[in-house]
Design a protein around this ligand. Structure first.
Ligand code: FES
Length: 146
């Protein structure tokens, strides 16, 4: 092999290995326990919301994220492990208001559209509650019955 070609191949291999290190460094593994108990595993990017992880990787959680992250449905309700929950960013009043309307609320509940993936979450497991409430439908039903 000519020296110039060998050098360019080595440079190429070096470039690829750097790319892999770079790409794997900002990847985070997240597990969702679905309503039926099935464990769904996804590789997320730092900065993505958990709603984006579910949608982008087509995880098949029925009815999840109906309002597409506009804080209008509470279908993205997730239950976190206590230690992880304590490290999440502070909850906003808007998220708290919508979360209050979710079924099966726990002390470690958050809305997946409002929680962004961080490297420290690698290996995170979140529970999808058994029941889901789409507050947009509840409000529509309320309007029609008046
Ligand atoms: S997707 Fe509707 S509140 Fe999160």
């Amino acid at each position: 092999m000519p020296a110039s070609l060998q050098e360019s191949c080595c440079s190429y291999v070096l470039l690829i290995s750097r790319f892999k290190v770079c790409c794997s460094a900002d990847r985070v593994t997240v597990h969702f326990i679905n309503r039926d108990g099935e464990r769904l595993t996804a590789t997320a990017k730092e900065g993505e919301s958990l709603l984006e992880v579910v949608v982008n990787q087509n995880l098949g959680i029925d009815g999840f994220g109906a309002c597409e992250g506009t804080l209008a449905c509470s279908t993205c309700h997730l239950i976190f492990e206590e230690d992880v929950f304590q490290k999440l960013d502070a909850i906003t009043d808007e998220e708290l208001d919508m979360l209050d309307l979710a079924y099966g609320l726990t002390d470690t509940s958050r809305l997946g559209c409002q929680v962004c993936v961080k490297k420290a979450m690698d290996g995170l497991t979140v529970q999808v509650p058994m029941e889901v409430a789409d507050m947009r439908r509840e409000l529509e039903v309320g309007k029609q019955s008046k």
